[in-house]
Ligand binder design. Structure first.
Ligand SMILES: Cc1cc2nc3c(=O)[nH]c(=O)nc-3n(C[C@H](O)[C@H](O)[C@H](O)COP(=O)(O)OP(=O)(O)OC[C@H]3O[C@@H](n4cnc5c(N)ncnc54)[C@H](O)[C@@H]3O)c2cc1C
Length: 554
């Protein structure tokens, strides 16, 4: 029920035109060459952000000359960009990371000026937050912005400091820079060519070698007061937080797109590679390890991303924690899928020509930038821990009851198994509370992982139920029909429930909270979760049939 965004036809046309552009200008051979040469294809990226393709228009609201794509549209476009190349996608999308502080916190004049220029001129932005000593902990930044005061009036700021790992750092036309002003961390816009702005050398990276990453030095860079985003000092960290729901969704979509790009290559390869008398695609030992579980994880992530997209478009919410769950699920799934795809191609997967090796190196960044996976685990765990405390342990039991009601209405969607995961989670959290186990940071973070998987199973089951009821979102790619979506949901829910119960109990015991481990196993419903594994092989067979377009056997 989106209230903002593109209509379905415009969205599909946008996704299609990006794909066509890439087919023409970024074939595999070109992408491999850029990777080998460690080269940012600046001319191509600028053409993508010009009238020729106009990707930038989807990210800018109509008020400033764009087409006003919503978060759902942005996910589809980011997924498609990442399917092509995560490095090129980073080069294009860094602009929207960079301009987000302006979008959420800028004055009307600043929005008009900078967002307007992105739409009409296709200028490239860089987002300069990270510093050598301030990565995950941005609050420890050292870059300073000193006031320039004349006649008692602030006439501008002098910015001094070093930024590190900045995407588009060496090529951007404008930079949003986080610096400590007298009243606290504050975003400023600095234009290319300003005196004292010194981009450093392009980094020689593990992956996304087609993106430009560089340190940027600011030596007494003088900017006018109109460059202070929002006009009030000290809003920087609040503005940085405010963009996370949206920006993390973009990176989540990168993980999804790159993961599927790799897995689709493995799927195609397995249909023609004959071993032991038949194609690999016919061998369960292959598909049910290297293909099916990864398809389920990626599609669960998609369901979560879509839920976030719809809510961000329809309500005035920031969805900081949900953005973290989406990013965590999708980027870890993308990374695992790309790794499995190398295995799925055997020796061919290990050489560059077959692309999955490059995709694996590229997708790796998605679990690091825009907040590492560990920071996501912390964010998720801290937030949901409050839900647990405030409801005196009822929160996830209540969610389980909603899923049980859904399962009665839609018995095939996986909600019954997701409900078991939720009950188990509530019990593990409660035991952690009683034994005060979150004083161990490791336990806090591991709970974040279990929460993400349980909520992923919940949201996927809800999506599968809508598909059965003929209420699937028409903007979602229609690769899997309702039956296949249900089978994928059940595959994911079984894994999630098993993970929450078995690993959850193990974590509690490991931290000394296992005085009565048998009672916890029973409270967490371990035996019910093991019984719910029944039908797992048949569901994986169904998913494999859907992936390979086969008629189900029997
Ligand atoms: C290719 C690339 C492009 C990038 N693009 C940009 C960009 O455009 N703009 C920008 O501002 N930044 C960018 N970054 C920076 C990126 O966001 C940071 O690298 C990331 O946030 C992690 O910060 P760090 O590298 O300082 O690692 P650290 O924060 O030092 O983390 C190191 C490790 O410690 C873990 N860790 C950190 N804190 C804790 C904690 N409290 N408890 C437990 N574990 C912890 C982390 O999860 C990680 O595993 C980019 C980085 C790369 C590599």
């Amino acid at each position: 029920m989106a209230t903002t965004g593109l209509d379905r036809e415009t969205l599909e046309a946008a996704v299609h035109s990006i794909k066509e552009f890439a087919d023409r200008h970024l074939p595999d051979a070109k992408l491999l060459q850029l990777d080998a040469d460690d080269e940012f294809p600046e001319e191509i990226v600028r053409r993508m952000c010009s009238d020729e393709l106009g990707v930038q228009l989807f990210f800018v609201s109509e008020a400033y000359g764009g087409m006003g794509g919503g978060s759902f549209d942005v996910y589809r476009i980011c997924e498609q960009m990442a399917r092509i190349d995560v490095g090129v996608a980073t080069g294009v999308l860094a602009t929207f990371l960079g301009s987000e502080p302006i979008d959420v916190g800028g004055t009307p004049e600043q929005k008009e000026r900078w967002l307007g220029r992105i739409a009409s001129e296709g200028i490239l932005f860089a987002y300069a937050a990270t510093e050598p000593a301030a990565g995950s902990d941005l609050a420890s930044l050292r870059t300073v912005a000193e006031r320039v005061v004349e006649g008692g009036e602030i006439k501008g700021y002098r910015i001094t400091g070093n930024k590190q790992w900045i995407s588009n750092g060496g090529v951007a036309d404008a930079y949003t820079v986080l610096a400590n002003a007298p009243d606290g961390p504050t975003w400023f816009v600095v234009e290319k060519g300003e005196e004292g702005l010194i981009p450093g050398k392009h980094e020689d990276k593990h992956g996304i070698r087609a993106s430009n990453t560089a340190p940027v030095t600011f030596e007494n860079v003088l900017v006018g007061p109109d460059r202070l985003i929002g006009g009030v000092e000290g809003q920087g960290l609040v503005q940085a937080q405010a963009v996370f729901g949206y920006t993390r969704l973009m990176v989540a979509a990168f993980g999804l797109g790159a993961g599927w790009a790799a897995l689709d290559r493995a799927i195609e390869y397995s249909t023609t590679r004959i071993q032991a008398g038949g194609p690999l695609s016919e061998k369960q030992g292959y598909t049910h390890k290297l293909i099916v579980p990864h398809a389920a994880r990626l599609e669960a992530s998609r369901a979560y991303i879509e839920m976030c997209g719809v809510r961000l478009d329809g309500e005035d919410e920031r969805l900081n924690t949900e953005g973290a769950i989406a990013k965590y699920l999708a980027t870890e799934a993308g990374n695992a899928a790309a790794d499995a795809s190398i295995q799925a191609l055997g020796g061919y997967g290990y050489v560059k020509e077959y692309m999955v090796e490059k995709i694996k190196r590229d997708v790796r960044i998605t679990t690091i930038y825009e907040g590492t996976s560990e920071i996501m685990e912390m964010t998720i765990s801290r937030d949901r821990w409050q839900f647990h405390l405030k409801t005196r342990g009822a929160h996830y039991h209540d969610e389980a009851k909603k899923l049980e009601a859904l399962a009665r209405r839609s018995p095939r969607c996986g909600a019954d198994i997701a409900a078991l995961a939720m009950h188990a989670l509530a019990e593990v959290l409660e035991r952690a509370r009683v034994a005060r186990l979150t004083r161990h940071q490791h336990i806090l973070f591991r709970l974040g992982e279990l929460i993400a998987f349980a909520e992923g199973a919940q949201v996927f089951a809800e999506k599968a139920a809508r598909a059965v009821e003929g209420k699937a979102d028409p903007r979602s790619p229609g690769r899997f029909d309702a039956e296949a979506t249900c089978a994928l949901s059940r595959v994911f829910a079984r894994d999630a429930a098993r993970k929450v119960a078995i690993e959850g109990v193990a974590h509690v015991v490991s931290a000394g909270g296992g005085d009565d481990a048998a009672a916890l196993e029973s409270a967490a419903g371990l035996s019910a979760i093991l019984r719910a594994q029944a039908g797992g092989i048949a569901d994986m067979d169904r998913v494999a049939d859907a992936i390979y377009g086969r008629k189900p056997k029997g």
